[in-house]
Design a protein around this ligand. Structure first.
Ligand code: CA
Ligand code: CA
Length: 357
């Protein structure tokens, strides 16, 4: 009896192990490489715990924020709203579309906003026309997972594609695979042509132009760095690194009034679980079991923003290292001596006075 039971149990264990191995190696959605994926160490200051919460309860998970010439603050939310905060302090539900995939956006020179929709491509939203799709295909392929966008004064629109392999809902698989599938693209609305500015970018995320528009910056999230591609001058056409070794994974980047940049940094991996990225087998296991993956993803544990000078040095840093007031801050924008913060884990826009921060 007992030996039958043991035999039965051990063949059951064996069957489970074989099934797991098959699951992990044959059905794993990733083809990973090992890449050192740790952020630079930093000490916490918890200064983002002093933020003012704007529109609390009204603004569902705004990944990005922007301010127009009149000083109106815009937030694009995960439930498809473009909401805006007028100078008089009133929030307005401005425009809505049926989408839960709106990501980075920018104010357009001729009014309105240009918004990345991870499913539909580049959208424009204006008072008169509401939402219209301005770019849905690139060289015959559907434009998917556009992430952030900026418009140059010559009318060219620079935007990032996170990954040509993975979609928004599988974004962490791109992190686990650690192969560079992202791109920085340039769309010329007058010729209706799109060209690849940079290929093989690692999780291409925030995009910004320098103050003189002599270079464009694109952040590589899981490489903890931002690339600079020169558009003018003697370095035109070349690419170098604006900043690397960041103390968090860069999401949106915004030009500051003094020509420096504000970058929101995301905690990619739960502290203590970084080893998952050290071995192919642990990457496969995490990628194969969504519940396990939820423990590995550390985005909701803290918030960090940094101000980076044009020489690539961090000038200022603010965080909520405990994730007590805000976390998963994905955008930081400076306007009139305040920082405005978008977060994928908050129902408000954060506002931090810079004069006494
Ligand atoms: Ca933006
Ligand atoms: Ca983003």
């Amino acid at each position: 009896m007992a030996s039958n039971l043991i035999r039965g149990t051990s063949s059951w264990v064996l069957a489970v192990l074989v099934a797991l191995t098959v699951q992990i190696f044959y059905f794993s959605p990733i083809d990973p490489v090992v890449h050192d994926i740790r952020p630079a160490p930093s000490t916490k200051d918890n200064k983002l715990q002093n933020i003012i919460k704007l529109g609390e309860g009204l603004v569902k998970e705004a990944e990005d924020v922007a301010v127009d010439k009149e000083g109106t603050v815009y937030a694009v939310t995960r439930d498809g709203w473009v909401k805006r905060l007028r100078r008089n302090g009133n929030w307005e539900d401005w425009k809505h579309m049926d989408s839960n995939t709106l990501l980075g956006f920018t104010t357009a020179k001729d009014g309105g906003l240009i918004i990345c929709d991870a499913d539909k491509g580049l959208l424009k939203v204006t008072e008169e026309d509401g939402f219209i799709v301005i770019l849905s295909h690139v060289n015959g392929s559907e434009l998917r997972f556009a992430n952030d966008v900026v418009e140059a004064s010559d009318g060219n629109i620079y935007f990032s594609i996170v990954s040509t392999k993975f979609q928004l809902q599988d974004w962490y698989l791109d992190v686990l695979e650690a192969r560079s599938h992202g791109q920085l693209l340039r769309y010329n609305p007058s010729s209706n042509e799109t060209d690849i500015v940079l290929d093989d970018v690692a999780f291409a995320n925030g995009v910004a132009l320098s103050k003189d528009e002599d270079y464009v910056v694109v952040c590589e999230t899981w490489k903890y760095r931002c690339l600079r591609h020169w558009l003018k001058g003697e370095k035109k056409g070349t690419t170098d690194i604006l900043i690397d070794n960041l103390p968090g994974a860069p999401d949106n980047i915004n030009l500051a009034p003094d020509g420096s940049f504000w970058i929101a940094l995301v905690q990619l991996t739960t502290e203590g679980l970084e080893f998952v990225h050290d071995y192919k087998i642990t990457k496969h296991i995490a990628a194969s079991f969504p519940r396990l993956l939820n423990f590995v993803i550390g985005t909701k544990t803290k918030a960090t923003v940094v101000n980076v000078a044009t020489d690539g040095k961090i000038v200022r840093k603010f965080d909520d290292g405990d994730g007590k007031v805000t976390s998963f801050v994905t955008s930081a924008l400076e306007f009139e001596d305040h920082l405005y913060l978008g977060s994928l884990n908050s129902n408000f826009v954060g506002k931090l006075p810079l004069y006494n921060a």
